[in-house]
Design a protein around this ligand. Structure first.
Ligand code: BJW
Ligand code: ZN
Length: 257
């Protein structure tokens, strides 16, 4: 903790690089590890566009109940002490921005401003044909997902989903699934921010998903120090200057106090 505090004291352009672990204390399960989402559902089915398409065609009831379960935890979640500590650091002029892999919008809700979402955003839907943005409110999205309750056919799901006002195409959540490209504007913003940071604060990520993890490694290769906060060692631990193991909601407020 003393070494981490000294690194923080020396830095003037800190960037936070976050993953699912920062939202665990807001009640959102992580993807990997003992309570991870991928223990309950197969990643090949629920984490890929082709898996979800096949589920819609072959087992729409299971897709509907999965979406209802995820909406339940994601749409009611509130920022925790770690999200707030990050927002406070930015407010104090010490943190230049946040690069997150999370789609839950909790950094924004906590008051962070300069945020780049590498894996998209649950609230910001897009047209599958022309990629036009279709923004939902949390209550509006909740209502939409609740309309899938009891669906047994693909049409009962598809008929509830709004169509694009520009081209009439189907809209879908703006989240990045495996095999899909990351949003160019978010990647460009993140890369630019990371290129100018003088301390990387890596919080709650296993560091196994690419290209996100490599963006963090690039900062270290350039010579900037990295502080890692995690419950346990992960794939980025060997790149960290200091690792603090424990819950981010406890450690982070103590670290920046
Ligand atoms: C706590 C805590 C507490 C708990 N406090 N800590 C190069 C090499 C190899 C593979 C690839 C590669 N390039 C691309 C790939 C393929 C693939 C990939 O990375 N695969 C690897 C897994 C092998 N990547 C992609 O497909 C990406 N697209 C891409 O590269 O496009 C170009 C391309 C296209 C086609 C061909 C080739 C290239 C897209 C990746 C999309 C990821 N999507 C998901 C799902 C989002 C939607 C949804 O919500 O359903 O994003 S997967 C999931 O993993 C989610 C996360 O953002 C992402 C990262 O996970 P994260 O955040 O690290 O969470 P966990 O659960 O892994 O870890 C949590 C951590 O927190 C743990 O360490 C805990 O200990 C800790 N923790 N509680 C602090 N309280
Ligand atoms: Zn469209």
């Amino acid at each position: 903790m003393d070494r981490a505090r000294a690194l923080l004291a020396d830095a003037s352009r800190i960037v936070a690089f976050t993953g699912a672990g920062i939202s665990a204390e807001s009640g959102i399960p992580t993807f990997r590890g003992k309570d991870g989402l991928w223990n309950d559902v197969e990643v090949e089915t629920f984490g890929t566009p082709w898996g979800i398409r096949a589920l819609l065609d072959n087992d729409p009831g299971r897709l509907a109940s999965h979406l209802l379960d995820r909406a339940d935890v994601l749409l009611d979640a509130q920022p925790n002490a770690a999200h707030k500590a990050i927002a406070d650091l930015e407010q104090a002029g010490r943190l230049a921005g946040v690069v997150t892999q999370n789609v839950d919008g909790l950094h924004r809700d906590a008051g962070s401003r300069n945020i780049f979402c590498l894996h998209g955003d649950l609230i910001n839907w897009r047209c599958v044909d022309c990629r036009q943005l279709h923004q939902h409110s949390r209550p509006g999205l909740k209502q939409l997902v609740q309309s899938f309750t009891g669906a047994t056919t693909a049409n009962e799901i598809l008929s509830q989903i709004p169509h694009c006002q520009v081209c009439g195409g189907l809209t879908r959540p703006g989240v990045v699934l495996f095999g899909e490209e990351l949003p160019t504007d978010q990647v460009e913003g993140a890369v630019d921010l990371l290129a100018r940071c003088d301390l990387l604060l890596v919080i709650g990520t296993s560091g196994v998903v690419e290209p996100a993890a490599s963006f963090a490694r690039t900062v270290v290769r350039r010579g900037a120090p990295m502080i890692e906060l995690n419950m346990e060692p992960g794939d980025l631990t060997s790149s960290a200057t200091v690792s603090l193991f424990g819950a981010a909601g406890n450690i982070l407020p103590e670290l920046i106090a």
